[in-house]
Design a protein around this ligand. Sequence first.
Ligand SMILES: Nc1ncnc2c1ncn2[C@@H]1O[C@H](COP(=O)(O)OP(=O)(O)OP(=O)(O)O)[C@@H](O)[C@H]1O
Ligand SMILES: [Mg+2]
Length: 426
Amino acid sequence: MAKTRQRGKTVNDRDPFGLGREERILQSKVREVFTPHQPIDQIGLLFGREKEVQKLVENVNTPGQHVLLFGDRGVGKSSLANVARFILLNNGRRQGFVKRCDSEDTFETIVQAPLRAIGADLQLETVAKGRRRSRDIGVEKGVVARFGRSSEIVETFKASGTLSPSIVAEALQALSGLLVVDEADAIAKPKDKRKLAELIKHLSDNGSPFKIMVVGIAETGDELTAAHPSVERCLKETHLNRMSSDELLEIILNGSEKLELKFTRGASRAIVRLSSGYPYFTHLLSLKCAEEAIAGGYKEISMEDLEFALQAAVEEAEGALKRRYNDGIRSSGTDLYRVILMAAATIGQGEFSAQGLREAITAITGETISQGSLNNYFKRLVSTDGSTVLRRVGKGFYRFEDPRMLSYVRIANAMLEENDEGQGVS
Ligand SMILES: Nc1ncnc2c1ncn2[C@@H]1O[C@H](COP(=O)(O)OP(=O)(O)OP(=O)(O)O)[C@@H](O)[C@H]1O
Ligand SMILES: [Mg+2]
């Protein structure tokens, strides 16, 4: 560790915009190896998850079965779905469709692409036929105007809100295809989730080769199907857990080999520990360490390099995490909001009691804090509507609203453990 490095000095007076640094990083392709901001889309970059891939593939290949893949935010659902889809498309023997949902999506927009693929534009419904009155009667939001033979006659179609699952199932009946409905948790209306579940039921009952994979954040599978009871038999659930330390370590080892870098044992173990099972943080921390090494022209990444990279990782972390954390700790008068979150992060994943939290705070500050005083801080930190860093789950019991926040708090506060230091191995 005796080497002296100019960490963070790759942007200097001679290159104020860091163009040289950026060029070296781009050439190394490090951002294609460590990809915190996008799901994996190559089989070779997906680590662990062998059983889950196998189960998804088996279920989709079984007549009458469809699949539901769910778990916490950021555990790797889209990555797994991507790789399973790739295998299931079987060199073009199935036609693939991916729909990433947002709050505007409805049942109709979800099934649009496969319907189009078979030439069925069931979404268009004639609502008016008449003479063109103005020049700009072209395509408006949600309304499509079509011109007939005479340019004077115009037919107006409207996106129908009443497509029935059984009609869609009939239309797709013979198509050998796979539709991945990702981010299904974002579908705003339960009615649309239920219709999707009904479509799955019809496809299954009809023995159609058209398969659906529903993917989303949920604690239980029925959250994504709006608790449609009769779909359970044909919709096989896969719950995705956080990744193991060995699997996360593989991400670092594989990446460092590709980039011809070496993470010391201490640094790679600390990254794994800080990640708490979330591959997102493993990619983010490894990326920031590797970028600095590539820019600085060194090969070995040590604990000091990791410590330096933590700040860059915090700055680059997902906006929602950053915002919620900063809203929680912002205060001109006291540092205790930050200390409370650090204390919660020392307790670990899952629920904790107010008593346990007070003890953890005392372990950090050396001072006791009364329940009354803690309750005052909780006014900003705790809610039950998802708007704060912590959620009240029961009387006197709490957890982080976003389970990834535990890692973020540790990274933001450089909570590296004493025994993270170690000798170099790779
Ligand atoms: N098995 C894996 N091996 C290596 N990296 C992975 C694996 N699974 C996920 N990742 C990486 O972890 C991060 C999060 O993955 P992904 O986007 O698939 O999670 P997600 O559960 O779909 O997240 P969200 O809940 O936000 O939709 C990405 O950087 C991705 O590249
Ligand atoms: Mg996803």
